[in-house]
Design a protein. Sequence first.
Length: 351
Amino acid sequence: MKKQTDKSEGTMTKRLLRVLAGEPVSPPPVWLMRQAGRYLPEYRAVRARVADFIALATTPELAAEVTLQPLRRYGMDAAILFSDILMLPWALGQGLEYRAGEGPVLPPVRDAAAVAALDPGRVTGVLMPIMETVRRVRAEVGDATLIGFAGSPFTVACYMVEGGGSRDFAATRGMAYGEPAVFRRLLELLTEATVGYLSAQISAGAEAVMLFDSWAGILPPTLFRAHVVAPTARIVAALQERHPGVPVIGFPRLAGMLIGEYARETNVQAVGLDTAADPALAATLVPAGVALQGNLDPLALVGGGAGMAAETRGIIAALRGRPHIFNLGHGIVPETPPEHVARLVELVRSA
């Protein structure tokens, strides 16, 4: 595994953990959402060995291998556990399959009976292989930081209620308005299950965890506060009580001007910025001690060249002097040339 030297001190340290502790580090540490995935030929070779995504995510030897591939190729400052946010509803007993060209498909959870049928008692046993993956990766990451993750309750609920992806998650929002007690019960169940899931990842070796709330921005402010901020705050508080000092990164995608309130009210140690966020403006909204993570457009990474370089340097300049983790504003897309990722890492490291 490649080791990275901090230019300011010349010492080998876990640079990303220093940033999550509130320290500005130059150049900023770098890792990328979905950095282990279909754009890498070595990933495709491993994926071809199993029947489906769930088999890959629950085979520790293979899941650990694909988690570590970007570190071997690029020397990233972090490895993020290879898994999926829908492993939790699957472990709760909801059906799940990944269909080519369609994505995840689940039997919709639309009423109180369907929520009551979910079984939190299954989660620990079903997800035990993922904890073994965490242990294997932690033994191999060296000076990189191992990040565990889960979906935030609202975003996971979106897929559970809708039965898969959606352009507007109308059924989910309709349940939030029309069946508020049922929707609250679903979020409460997911909040408790997420605490247990992330706590188990930390106990297995994760050094930081991230909460992905990819659909947070589809809600109006009142529901954003109730269904995004409040569950996240409960998860962060519970994890801090169980695992003091282990940082949490929140990613409330498309939160817009509410990103500062999200940071203050949830007590996360870092906030992920989506592609549309102005990093300079975000720096004025988010408390100074909270790290900012992001936020290059994944399509700029596909394009490469001068455009990618200009965007990269602009983001770093906008956030210079405050805790910053360089990343994308959303996940890597499959058509990304691997050599563009290598060039991006060079650009960040030379900033």
